[in-house]
Design a protein around this ligand. Structure first.
Ligand SMILES: [Zn+2]
Length: 325
């Protein structure tokens, strides 16, 4: 007679090895959530009822657009983009409603804001540091009250932004000058009239790629590892999102309207990031090249490849300027 034996792969029940093979509760939860299209890493938000004072915790979807972070939210975002694209791409009018006329409360606050601004200017002229601080506090409060009223945009620069103003004038001298137009609240691109009178409103595809850091083999590895620009490749990859944001900002300022696009980021074989975008409207190629070149210069200014501070030489906090010097 033979007794049934367990195969060597089957560890005895209750042993540590058997426990290790059980899926983690967290993994099971994530798999079930993803299968049902529910966010796998929701954020816990506390909501306070201002009347009863009761608080409750509500899970909010994370809203990730990368499937590697949250497949459910990424899929939902993708479907939303598809619906937006289908419904909006070919519109030839602007669906944006005009903002509501300002209420009396908002007007009073804006007047108060202007008065405070005048007091602040006097304080700056008289070098009254204490008063500047007090006025800045009041301005912040008025700004917050305006924001609560649902007034969008800023009537004047934020008081906390002030010390930065001096820094923004510093710009790289060899950066090409771009046309700078006020950006209209308009998203519809140029039209072209054909010989037969048909009006066309074309769109365009754009691919943005980082510069070469040296030749690579078919597997993406550098042909000459000693001469390859590894540091530049790494810095470009880290700053790519900033480059892309700046590119659209510069492009909108250069063409004078709110260019709309659907884009997708992907790594190339050499792992350099790469942007594919479908843009509504057409923009001259020369201008696109100028904007791309100028954007790259701006993002890399000031230079960051030489360390300025070391443990024995630390930046000093300047209370008045509200920043490190
Ligand atoms: Zn999510």
């Amino acid at each position: 007679m033979t007794t049934p034996t367990m195969g060597p792969a089957e560890p005895p029940a209750g042993s540590r090895a058997a426990r290790m093979r059980q899926p983690l509760a967290r993994q099971v939860l994530e798999a079930v959530a993803a299968e049902n299209g529910v966010c796998i890493r929701p954020l816990a938000m506390r909501r306070v009822d201002v009347v009863t004072g009761e608080t409750e915790i509500i899970p909010m979807a994370c809203g990730a657009t990368l499937a590697s972070k949250c497949p459910s939210c990424a899929e939902r975002a993708r479907k939303l983009r598809m619906a937006q694209c289908k419904a909006g791409w070919h519109l030839d009018d602007e669906p944006l409603p005009d903002p509501d006329p300002p209420g009396d409360d908002a007007k009073t606050l804006v007047q108060l804001r202007a008065d405070l601004e005048a007091v602040r200017t006097d304080a700056v002229t008289g070098h009254d540091v204490d008063q500047i601080g007090e006025v800045d506090d009041l301005i912040s409060q008025v700004d917050a009250a305006l924001a609560d009223l649902g007034v969008r945009g800023k009537a004047a620069p934020d008081s906390r932004d002030r010390p930065r103003r001096t820094r923004s004038t510093r710009r790289r001298q060899d950066a090409p000058d771009l046309p700078r137009l006020p950006v209209d609240r308009r998203t519809v691109g140029r039209t072209f009239t054909g010989a037969d009178g048909t009006v066309w409103r074309p769109s365009m595809f754009l691919t943005l790629t980082c510069d070469s850091y040296g030749r690579v083999n078919s597997d993406g590895a550098p042909v000459d590892p000693d001469g390859y620009g590894y540091r530049r490749a790494a810095r470009d990859a880290i700053h790519f999102p900033k480059l892309v944001d700046r590119f659209w900002q510069n492009l909108r300022r250069a063409v004078g309207y709110d260019v709309q696009y659907f884009a997708c980021l992907e790594p190339q074989r050499r792992l350099a990031p790469h942007l594919h975008a479908a843009m509504r409207g057409t923009i001259p190629r020369v201008l696109l090249r100028q904007v791309a070149a100028a954007t790259y210069h701006q993002v890399w200014w000031p230079a960051c490849d030489q360390p300025i501070y070391a443990p024995d030489r630390l930046p000093v906090w300047d209370e008045q300027a509200g920043g490190y010097t």
